[in-house]
Design a protein around this ligand. Sequence first.
Ligand SMILES: O=C(O)CCC(=O)C(=O)O
Length: 224
Amino acid sequence: MLQALISGSSVSKLRAKLKQHPYGNRLSYVVLAEDTQVENIVHHQQWLKAESAEAFYRQSLTKLPWQQHTIKIFGKTCLEPRLSLWIGDANTAYRYSGEWRTPLSWPSFLLPLKFAVQQKCGQQFNSVLLNYYRDGHDYMSWHSDNEKQLGKQPVIASLSLGQARRFLFRNKSKDQKHEYLLEHGDLLVMNKLCQDQWQHSLPKALRIKQPRINFTFRYTMPDD
Ligand SMILES: O=C(O)CCC(=O)C(=O)O
């Protein structure tokens, strides 16, 4: 069942795809190879089969009650520049930008995906933050996923669907940066030391008109 969701992909196929990516030759990033690991970051390109990726994308767009939350930036309250949703087991409330979010229970269509991601990462996830970037005006600024409820050195698995977008890492103590192009069906795993050592962001891309959905699977410390 799980195997049916997941694809293998070849480097040559990826190179061919890369030539057509929406940023042309402007970027300096390099696709190293499938499943490349750079300091606690593993990028599994085209991890989901195209038809599974399409089905999860469509269902997520149409079946989920997306919300636009407010966040505080330098003490000022504003609308978050994306829609989002917190889904998880009953005891996995999540504190973000000073606000507690209670989890929505798992929709049945997401469970096979959760199991497949767990199997790939060799670890349990009890919650997922979903982000819906409506177009290239929506973005996520620099941060680490280091909330207390995630515990020390969390493993976070991030699945991308829909429009390809750039995803950036900057090292907290060295002058080092990595850039990925996250495409439909890619799985990016941020392993144990990643949040201690790196910040990540999804920059604006004003020319982009199509939506992107992202799932970040996490293990959240139960709140009771
Ligand atoms: O959209 C993404 O790829 C990542 C989102 C993110 O960094 C987060 O939700 O913490």
